[in-house]
Ligand binder design. Sequence first.
Ligand SMILES: *[C@@H]1O[C@H](CO)[C@@H](O)[C@H](O)[C@H]1NC(C)=O
Ligand SMILES: *[C@@H]1O[C@H](CO)[C@@H](O)[C@H](O)[C@H]1NC(C)=O
Ligand SMILES: *[C@@H]1O[C@H](CO)[C@@H](O)[C@H](O)[C@H]1NC(C)=O
Length: 353
Amino acid sequence: MLFTAAFCFATLALPLHASTIDYKKAWTTKGDKIPNFSFAGYHESERALPSLSTSAKKTLSPGSGDQHAAIQAALDDVSQDGGGIVALKAGTYPLSSGLLIHNGTTLRGAGIGKTILTVKDLREDVVTLGKTSGKEKMGKSIKITDDYVPAGTGTVHVADASGLSQPSEIGIENLSMRVKPSCSGRILNDIACSSAAVLVPSWTTNSWVRNLDLTGFNNHIGVLESASRITITMVTMNRDGPTDNRKGYALDIAIDGTQVLVHNAKTLGKKDARSYSVATQSVTPGPNVCIGYEAEQAVESIEPHQRWAHGFLNEGSKVAAVFYRNRGGAGSGHGWTINNGQFIFILSSKFLF
Ligand SMILES: *[C@@H]1O[C@H](CO)[C@@H](O)[C@H](O)[C@H]1NC(C)=O
Ligand SMILES: *[C@@H]1O[C@H](CO)[C@@H](O)[C@H](O)[C@H]1NC(C)=O
Ligand SMILES: *[C@@H]1O[C@H](CO)[C@@H](O)[C@H](O)[C@H]1NC(C)=O
C-alpha cells in the first residue's frame, strides 16, 4: 500500500484552500503529524498475505445435515497440530451455530459460489477469528511514561511492556456465506438478525478476510477493540432486502480495532437497501484505512461513525456519501467523530466535513 501525495486533500485541521501539504512535517508545536496510514493491515502491510496455493492440512467434503461439528473438529485438530489450512471442497455446508477459527489456522473454500456456508439466522456470529474468552490482558492498564504522545507517532514508552504482545495469525478465504431467509435490512433490534458474518475479536492480530461473497447479512464484518493489523480484501456484500431504518442503519464493516485495512470491498444492493459501508466506532484508534471501496446503493456512506475516533483514511472509493462530521446528539450522542481523518480521490456526490 502506498501513501499517495496529498492532492485534493482535506482534513479538519488544515486550511481548506491548501491544495498540497507536506505530510512529513509536524504540524503542531508538540510534534503532532498526520498518521502514516501505510502501517494498516496484515503485518503492517510489510508482508503479502499468505499464498492461496499453500496446500491444506485437512480437506472436507460436504456431508448431509448440519456441518458445524465436522468443520469445528477439523479446525480444532489443525490448530492443535501446529496450525495450517482447513479446506472445504465445493458444496453447501449448513451451520447450526458459529465456527471458531483458532490461532495459526485458516478456513478456505474452493471459491466464490463454489463453497457456501449457510445459516438460518444470525443470533451468533457465523465465523470468529480467534478466541473470545480468556483474554486476560484485556482491560489491563499500563502506564504510559511519555508526557505527551503526539498524533502520528510510531513510538510510545510504557512502564512495563511485558505480556503486551500476543500475536496471532488467522484467516478465512475463498468462499460464500448466505443467510436464508435473508436478514438484510432488518430492523436493528431484531436479535435474530444482528450478528456478523465474520467477527475479529479483541486481541486478534495479523489476520485476514479475503475473497468472500456474503448475502443476506445485515452487519457483515466487525473488528473489535484492540484487534489490530487486519486486512479485509475482496469482500462483496450483497444487500438483498429493503432497509427498515426505524432503529437506524446497519454497518457493513464496523471498525473498533486499529491498523485495519479494508481493500477492494463492495456493497451491492437495491436502491431501497441502505447502510453505512465502513464505519469507525467510539474512540477507535487509527490508523485505519479504506481503499477502493465501491458501494452501489444510492444512499450509502463511508464515515467515522461514533465519537472521537482517530486516524481514518478513505482513498479511491466510489460511494454515495462521505461524511466526516460532528454528529451532535445523533445515535447515542455520537458528537465529533474523527480526529486526523482524511479522504483522497473519492468519487461521491455528497461530501460533508
Ligand atoms: C510511512 O511508512 C512507510 C512504510 O514504512 C514508509 O515507506 C514511508 O516513508 C512513511 N511515510 C512517512 C511520511 O513517514
Ligand atoms: C479461490 O477462489 C477462486 C474463485 O473465487 C478460484 O478460482 C481459486 O481456485 C480458489 N483457490 C483455491 C486455492 O481454492
Ligand atoms: C499464536 O501462535 C503463535 C505461533 O505458534 C504464537 O507465537 C502466539 O503466541 C500465538 N498467539 C496466541 C494469542 O495464542
